[in-house]
Design a protein around this ligand. Structure first.
Ligand SMILES: [Zn+2]
Length: 246
């Protein structure tokens, strides 16, 4: 089904700088244009994202700083005003209870109605991409923070005296799944997605990425009534008041 839903407050959880742009950038640009407030949470700062033989561990903080700047520039292109860097080590992410708690705290703080993240079950994409384990870890931590932790009063009960009351997001958008059931038409924001990706100069071949993204978005939109799309499995955890009938 195609999707015209526009959240009021959306929160994205991604493992690395640039993950968000590759996966959900067109959707976020569309929602931002329609007035949605978006909070972008980047769990690692991508400090292992270089195989330059002249670099060693001393380069990691420099690379992290550079990649945070690239992410901020990308978020500006997408229309995202709030970016949170959690600075976990890149390449070593696990879906731990402390990470789940941190994401729970952020959901309770910002009260998004919609959360976007990756697919915690994603291992193999085609025959060429073995999914990065940080992507699964980030996705698992995000999904388990959305349910049950964010809305359950007595889970992480020490968040209560700190002022973080329970909050239930209404929708969870999971990208990178072959169980997609929802297609967001990004025909009008594909150019913004590409421009956002091109801010990640240290990671992305700036001249070629537009072609890839156009091909991906075309493939996603195949047999749908749209030219370019991003696809999701959408969990509707709580219905909007107006959708409740009788
Ligand atoms: Zn990544």
């Amino acid at each position: 089904m195609s999707d015209e839903y526009i959240p009021k407050i959306a929160m994205t959880f991604q493992a690395h700088p640039d993950d968000q742009e590759f996966s959900v950038g067109g959707t976020l640009a569309k929602w931002a244009k329609a007035g949605c407030e978006i909070i972008s949470v980047v769990i690692t700062s991508g400090d292992s994202g270089s195989n330059d033989p002249s670099k060693d561990a001393s380069y990691k903080p420099i690379l992290a700083e550079l990649r945070e700047k690239e992410q901020l520039a990308a978020n500006q292109v997408l229309g995202i005003k709030e970016t949170i860097f959690l600075r976990y080590p890149d390449g070593e992410l696990e879906p731990t209870i402390p990470l789940r708690k941190e994401l729970t705290r952020l959901i309770r703080k910002y009260k998004p109605d919609t959360v976007l993240t990756g697919n915690p079950e994603g291992w193999f994409y085609g025959n060429e991409y073995l999914n990065h384990p940080d992507h699964r870890a980030a996705a698992q931590a995000a999904c388990t923070a959305v349910f049950p932790s964010a809305g359950s009063r007595l889970i992480f009960a020490d968040l209560l005296p700190a002022g973080y009351e329970p909050h239930d997001p209404k929708r969870l958008y999971v990208h990178g799944t072959d169980k997609a059931d929802t297609w967001v038409d990004i025909t009008e924001t594909l150019d913004i997605k590409i421009k956002a990706l091109q801010q990640h100069v240290s990671q992305v071949p700036v001249d070629e990425v537009g072609k890839w993204m156009t091909e991906w978005a075309e493939e996603e939109a195949k047999d749908k009534e749209m030219k370019y799309a991003e696809s999701y499995k959408v969990m509707i955890l709580k219905k909007d008041e107006e959708e409740k009938v009788g």
